[in-house]
Design a protein around this ligand. Sequence first.
Ligand SMILES: [Zn+2]
Length: 118
Amino acid sequence: MAASVAKKRKYSDEYINYGFTSILADGIEKPQCVLCFKVLGNDSMRPSKLKHHLTTIHPQFTERYPDFFKRHELSLGKQRLSESGAFQQHNLSVLEASYEVSIEIAKKKKKAHTIGEL
Ligand SMILES: [Zn+2]
């Protein structure tokens, strides 16, 4: 912490292995957990910090493959979450429930479309 103007840390693709994607807040890239949507500070943009979050907050997901996190990253991107953390309390079951709802909506749309063609 010697320099007052700290060099900003950059997101690396490998951080998805720790369950983290990146979010741009006030022009600063920050790590965001794809499981609980928590946004950490830019100074936490390093493997040790991200791994610490994963192993302490989500110990049940430490053995997951990157594909698992990437799926969550995709669903996260669709929700356009803000840094306010309004959705932080949403857990995985909520995320999966909303995913099921979107499938239901898609089914209904398809059905409506079919009816419309008749
Ligand atoms: Zn988390």
